[in-house]
Design a protein around this ligand. Sequence first.
Ligand code: DMJ
Length: 623
Amino acid sequence: MPVAPLLPFTVTPNRKSAIPTSFRLTEKFILLLVFSAFITLCIGAIFFLPDSSKLLSGGFFRSSPAVETNTRTGLESSNSGSAGNVERVLDKIKKDHEQALLEAKDTLQKRPEDIKNDILNEKKKVGNDGPGQGGKDVNNLPIVEYRRPIGATGQEPVDPETRERRAKIKEMMKHAWDGYRRYAWGSNELRPVSKQGHSSNLFGSIKGATIVDALDTLYVMEMFEEFDAAAEWVEKNLDFNVNAEVSVFEVNIRFVGGLLSAYYLSGKEVFRRKAVELGEKLLPAFKTPTGIPWALLNLKSGIGRNWPWASGGSSILAEYGTLHLEFMHLSRLSGKPEFAQKVMNIRKVLNRLDKPQGLYPNYLNPNSGQWGQHHVSVGGLGDSFYEYLLKAWLMSDKSDEEGKKMYYDSLQAIETNLMRKSSSGLTYIAEWKGGLLEHKMGHLTCFAGGMIALGADGAPGDKTGHQMELAAEIARTCHESYARTALKLGPEAFRFDGGVEAIATRQNEKYFILRPEVIETYLYMWRFTHDPKYREWGWEAVQALEKHCRVEGGYSGLRDVYASSPNHDDVQQSFYLAETLKYLYLLFSDDDHLPFDHWVFNTEAHPLPVIRKDQTDQPNEVE
Ligand code: DMJ
């Protein structure tokens, strides 16, 4: 007890040799008072000391809000748990304690090497569960019985020439993949000329776009060694816990779409888990007054915004309108209706709005729910919105009547207002700007031939034949856009004005970045007509790709398709492996390889199975 230090303060300062026995009566009295106060304090403290059981039950560590709640309601905070609760808690502590003792005993009986191994295994487990496992509930996915789907792989074509051509395309895939693997493994894309990685800011700091985009192509081409290496990379390295802004659309079509397809083709759970995890990370993009998602999203903060260049802060039709297929499958594989609800709400917003001439403007403000500038395009900014309306209907086993109606109504409006014929008879789809036509067609717009062919069979009012003709005409026009260049590959955009037809007139429209749309249309036309010209046109493209785009490190885009020799842009786009090479391979495969009545392709050519109405084939059909 710290009594001694009190003494000097009770002693007269000038008394040099004072001894305790010489205390005066008043001093003695003060000392007595101090002592008795001290003893009272000690005895009191015994009563005020916390009860040890409360300490153990966490009563002293309860968070302040709980204490506040009690204070506000006037209840005694220390009595917040009933006597039964306290007993249960104590019981649990006792059991945990006994268990810990048992484990410790167990460990002590082990050899030091075994203990070391246990620690290493534990570490490994934590490591494996580490990166990319950030989504909240991804480990609580419902059990889905996987069955191998119809047509995931195909047979060798009987015809020798077709077989040879198909083998050639597989070799091209190998070259593209090997270059990426050697020089850019883990980066988003490859720079095949300078032989290094290339990162696009569309994916923030998510890595491995080419790996995820290529997974299903590797599987479809039966390149299983490469597929396994890619799957291992996904398992160990694909990480969505990034503090970076991504394009919701690009991440959805390439990563979510790629993972979903890889799951449906291979049955590997890691792909389902990763797809759902990423899907959950994209959900905050829908936090807008209308539910129309932002174009850009920071995956960590969940804060979204739109492209600064988009009219009046608008979201883009081809971006928010190209989530439907993937999100329907995410709901199916996760058991969470939220994904489907988000995309169905987009439809609701669109259906409430007036459409100029029945057309959908490319810009829509997510705050006001009003259109931005009245620009309409079946190419960039609009394209895959229309594609997803049709494919939503097909993927639903033709039960999504709303998607069907929206598709055929919008196609009618496009035909009336945007489709035109050039003086030499080439059909093209122009762009619409506030009622005025710009007689330009983008390479991106060339996908429409395939889309119209795919939808022709279900066209209302006996229009099947007419729509097949339109599709064939668009395929021909897009083929012309290739044929009229020096390098036999198509420009980014071509015009039908100023005395030209199907030719790019502006320098910034003359590039070719390995895009798939023209070949995509050849594939659909081939499947529906079996007209050999579509395979021939596809083969022309293969030869041109080999001649002008193939370099030692992979395949490169071109800066000017009208130049007499290639000027490489040094980028091997991930969609070259996901789409261009896959569509080419399927063009030279039999029709029962990924048959169209069982699969729909997302806009990045990732095949997703049709969701059957009667549920008999859930989740996949047996081959
Ligand atoms: C792909 O990422 C998709 O096809 C998308 O819909 C639009 N364009 C590129 C390829 O050109």
